[in-house]
Design a protein around this ligand. Structure first.
Ligand code: ZN
Ligand code: FE
Length: 254
């Protein structure tokens, strides 16, 4: 099995501590900074074997070099972006299986936010680490890819099982929720989810992980083929990428 612990870093980033108890394998996904990771590892009495990087942005790889120096861990990240991942030891690509103790992660390439962005899918643990591609009720900005590229990436994630838990890279959910209601206001499941999110945030609790099935029902960035959303956008007959692109453009202006 895989134990997963949330580590809030910087303003609104989430890093994820991973621990596979049978082998004692220890990892961290997207350490924006090193010190809080080292402090927590010390509390847990753990070493660090692996850093799993999703993309090159500083708020995801900022702690790589220091963690590597302090623990001797190895750094895994997208082969397509090898030059931009500090300390990279092992580049991985679409379909690769990354061993993690007694379990493993499948690599899914998800370009769009950056051209090298990848997600880690731990099928047995039903956990998806998708950073800035798919957020709870949102998706990442298109810094290095167009809407068609992002739509294909999101379609790959949407094809995973409903009971997958979605561990994204930021606590952006409340803002995403307010926007989602503007493009999908008649979605009762969305309105109910927004109420739950408001309650969680009012108590200062994280809204991540979410559940992929719920994202499919409520996240407008996974609902490019929903007739109600298409009607509201006046894009009944547009292709999927155009619908996703319009939703993304509206969110940029929101
Ligand atoms: Zn990013
Ligand atoms: Fe980020």
């Amino acid at each position: 099995m895989l134990q997963i612990e949330c580590l809030p870093l910087l303003q609104d980033n989430y890093a994820w501590l991973l621990f596979e108890p049978r082998s004692g394998t220890s990892g961290v996904v997207d350490p924006a900074e090193a010190e809080p990771v080292l402090v927590r590892l010390r509390e847990l009495g753990r070493s660090l074997d692996l850093i799993l990087c999703t993309h090159h942005h500083q708020d995801h790889v900022g702690g790589n070099q220091e963690l590597k120096k302090a623990t001797g861990c190895r750094v895994v990240g997208p082969a397509r972006d090898a030059a931009r991942i500090p300390g990279l030891d092992m580049g991985v690509a679409e379909g690769h299986s990354l061993p993690f103790g007694a379990t493993h992660a499948r690599i899914i390439e998800t370009p769009g936010h950056t051209r090298g962005h990848i997600a880690y899918w731990f099928e047995q643990a039903q956990a998806l680490f998708c950073a800035d591609t798919l957020f709870a009720l949102g998706c990442g900005r298109l810094f290095e890819g167009d809407a068609a590229t992002m739509q294909r990436s999101l379609a790959k994630l949407r094809a995973l099982p409903d009971d997958t838990r979605v561990y994204c890279g930021h606590e952006y959910t409340l803002g995403n929720a307010r926007f989602a209601l503007t493009v999908d206001p008649d979605n009762a499941a969305l309105r109910e989810r927004v109420r739950q999110i408001e309650a969680l945030r009012a108590r200062g609790e994280p809204t991540v992980p979410s559940q992929l099935g719920e994202e499919k029902r409520t996240n407008p960035f996974l609902r490019w083929d929903d007739p109600g959303i298409r009607r509201r956008l006046g894009l009944e007959t547009a292709d999927d990428a155009a619908v996703l692109g319009e939703i993304r453009a509206r969110k940029d202006r929101f």
